[in-house]
Design a binder for this molecule. Structure first.
Ligand code: AMP
Ligand code: MG
Length: 345
């Protein structure tokens, strides 16, 4: 398949290109597009064959459901049975935005889109290219992240190309992605809403709107043996090709431990923060941002993991980060990328 690459950015939304992208979806094709979280791989959410194509293009197991993207709130009722009171409050506060909600699905959504589940994941993105594209595509775009299954989610169009060139009809290059980590997923079918995947919208933010929000206990605890409730969280994911570990503890001890770990390695990278760069002088480091700007750390993480792949790095030692706020999402992805290998310094 020949993949057409077009550039559509939030400050230059070309209506004829958006229309063309929308027509591809309506004809049952696939388009990768930018959102505020990561690039998505879109198909018609209401067309079972389109969803099958998404799984095939990604090499994704078909029991791992897709997220249905909408561009206006009125369309929610067409695909979900009920919007519980607490969900309404959460929607009021955070939609459009980087938050996915799980509802009971209506029959309008095929099981191919929900991986056989009776629930459907819905997101209403704020990114203007995404919104215009979803509208042009008929209003319901199923999309997982636009990477090959198991690779880090793409935060730049060149990474979408690396994974999906020849596998999709079009890639929309929307430039840099603001957040760089996948959406928060919250199951609102439960009495007490539960975070199934942490993201930019944190537990603390949600609890300002609804009194209490639980968090799937399997998410942060590396030793927890229960199965995560979001099917996608069960797979090895977000993973670089290198052998990776996370070192945690007091700063000084972490730095010493990391130096010791890489001392007998050739092709290694140390993932560290601005503040510690001077401590690793002469060693191979990647600066993920400043401790005081966790949003930057979030937005740099996947790019750094991809760069390690491109540079054929075989060993990655990463520092650990504070897990408050968006830090919960950062640590969740980092722990998965490291295959749960955590060393206490
Ligand atoms: P991705 O955007 O590639 O991260 O994939 C979508 C994520 O949403 C996966 O982790 C899925 O497991 C999760 N997801 C989608 N639908 C549901 C659902 N009905 N219940 C729980 N998790 C879901
Ligand atoms: Mg994904």
């Amino acid at each position: 398949m020949n993949t057409k690459i077009v550039s559509i950015t939030e400050d230059n939304i070309d209506p004829s290109l958006i229309k063309e992208a929308g027509e591809i979806i309506k004809r049952g094709g696939l388009v990768a597009f930018p959102t505020e979280t990561v690039y998505g791989l879109g198909g018609d959410a209401l067309n079972a064959d389109s969803s099958k194509k998404i799984y095939a293009a990604k090499g994704r197991p078909s029991d791992n459901p897709l997220i249905v993207h909408i561009y206006r709130l009125e369309d929610l009722d067409y695909i979900v049975k009920e919007v519980p009171e607490k969900a309404k409050k959460i929607i009021d506060a955070f939609w459009p935005g980087p938050l996915t909600l799980i509802f009971e699905k209506k029959n309008t959504v095929p099981y191919e889109t929900t991986g056989g589940l009776d629930t459907v994941a819905v997101r209403f993105p704020i990114h203007q290219v995404a919104a215009s594209f979803i509208e042009a595509a008929g209003g319901f775009v199923a999309a997982p992240s636009a990477n090959l299954s198991g690779r880090p989610s793409p935060t730049l169009a060149k990474y979408v190309r690396e994974d999906l060139d020849g596998r999709v009809d079009m890639i929309i290059d929307g430039g840099n992605i603001p957040i760089g980590l996948e959406s928060t997923i919250v199951d609102v079918t439960r009495d007490i809403p539960m975070i199934l995947r942490p993201g930019y919208v944190s537990k603390e933010m949600l609890e300002e709107v609804v009194e209490r929000v639980d968090i799937d206990p399997t998410i942060l605890d590396a030793s927890c043996k229960d199965r995560p409730k979001a099917p996608g969280m069960r797979y090895r994911h977000y993973a670089p090709k290198a052998d990776m570990c996370i070192v945690r503890g007091e700063d000084k001890k972490v730095i010493d431990k990391i130096k010791e770990l890489v001392s007998d390695k050739d092709n290694y990278v140390i993932i560290s923060v601005d503040e510690h760069m001077k401590d690793y002088e002469g060693l191979n480091t990647k600066n993920i941002g400043s401790i005081s700007h966790p949003d930057d750390i979030a937005s740099n993480l996947y790019r750094i993991l991809r760069e390690c792949d491109d540079e054929e790095v075989t060993y990655i030692a990463s520092e650990s980060f504070d897990d408050k706020g968006i830090g919960a999402a950062i640590m969740n992805r980092l722990i998965k990328a490291a295959g749960h290998k955590i060393i206490n310094a």
